[in-house]
Design a protein around this ligand. Structure first.
Ligand code: AP5
Length: 191
């Protein structure tokens, strides 16, 4: 299985990735976490991504595409994977298909975690003001969050059509409790 999780900020991509990858025994790739680790360690990827992530802008496609091509070549993911945070643009979606077809592979399903923008703001606000240093994120301030929501609306929403047209899109109402969402996705992936 090769599954991507799509959704806006706070839609629960990271939360569902952890639960589903464990349930399905799939290696997971959380692209936002990878970028934050790279920034903390000031690797080449991190220094390229930092100015964009800090402002809630999208890291340029060429940087992301180059990184993903290398990441998907690694041995731990050659039998399948689950990923969140990539693709986020039409160009990234097309490139992912090119990379997979180069490897003789294909994407199984694109799961879209649908929540309203109000819920995106509420959840991110709760995380930002939680006081928990391990969870709170510098890019959850209201103005940066608004920028992230805008990029989701302008750049990521259009790729839903790309996956819909290919019969790969699984739309989930992600305003329910995490457990309900996990169970619904698992049930639909199996059917
Ligand atoms: P990234 O870290 O991926 O941020 P994001 O997409 O904005 O998403 P979040 O991490 O805020 O939310 P999530 O959907 O994972 O929800 P979570 O499970 O955490 O990316 C950060 C930045 O990196 C981007 O802005 C960009 O700069 C860059 N970047 C990343 N990928 C890129 C790409 N492909 N191209 C270019 N740039 C890229 O949950 C959020 C909160 O809600 C948590 O507190 C959680 O406990 C709670 N919660 C989750 N589910 C539920 C539920 N069902 N009910 C109630 N609360 C819930």
């Amino acid at each position: 299985m090769r599954i991507i999780l799509l959704g806006g900020p706070g839609s629960g991509k990271g939360t569902q990735l952890r639960r589903l990858s464990e349930a399905l025994q799939l290696p997971s790739i959380a692209v936002g976490d990878v970028l934050r680790d790279a920034i903390a360690q000031q690797t080449r990827l991190g220094t390229s991504a930092q100015p964009y992530v800090e402002k809630g802008e999208l890291v340029p496609d060429n940087v992301m595409i180059q990184f993903m091509r290398l990441r998907l070549l690694q041995e731990d993911v050659n039998q399948g994977w689950m990923m969140e945070g990539y693709p986020r643009t039409a160009f990234q979606a097309e490139e992912l298909d090119f990379v997979l077809s180069d490897f003789g592979q294909y994407l199984t399903t694109a799961v879209y975690l649908e929540v309203s923008e109000e819920v995106m703001r509420e959840r991110s606000k709760a995380r930002f003001s939680s006081g928990d240093a391990t969870r709170s994120r510098a890019d959850d301030t209201p103005d940066i969050l608004q920028r992230r929501i805008q990029h989701f609306r302008d750049r990521t929403i259009p790729i839903l059509e790309y996956y819909g047209a290919r019969g790969k899109l699984l739309k989930i109402n992600a305003e329910h409790p995490p457990d309900t969402i996990t169970q619904e996705i698992l049930q639909k992936l199996k059917s």
